[in-house]
Design a protein around this ligand. Sequence first.
Ligand SMILES: [Zn+2]
Length: 192
Amino acid sequence: MWNHILVNPWNKLPENFTVDLQQLDDGQAIDKRAYPDLQAMMDDAHAQGLSPMICSSYRAPEKQEYLFDDKIRRCEEQGYSKDEACKVAATWVALPGTSEHQTGLALDIVSSNNQTLEKEQENTPEQQWLINNSYKYGFILRYPSDKSNITGISYEPWHYRYVGREAAKIIHDRGICLEEYLDSLKSVSKQN
Ligand SMILES: [Zn+2]
């Protein structure tokens, strides 16, 4: 299914991947098919008096390349060797071709009142609402704190991924991550 595509450090996006984008405000963009649910989620958040802000969304391959190289450079500035810097960078920024942002199904959403991509983001009213309600609109918090060993990505209480409402509810209710959900589907189909 299009919204079940798995992109992580071990699963690269196919070379020929394309996506039909819906442009949003401020140069952001998302897969057209996920747009109605996103709009509903943002409308409902605003109706609660919250101010969520999309600060990152679809990323072209060149942009991901740039971000990764930039993170390596900053790690080297902190004193890491080139090899170490690559490894550390890869835990924070996905290698080009392995970022969910390249699918058009991932969004970084922050509070307008606290736009930092730090752990504290989880304490904002906007994240509290999104963490508890985004699944109703087909989005999951993609990188939970206790799943880093499976997702390959450190805790990110701002990165949401569209998987569709049915999958999002199961993932939310079971407290699993996308990798675990997709694995559970595989084992079900093997039994059949
Ligand atoms: Zn992200």
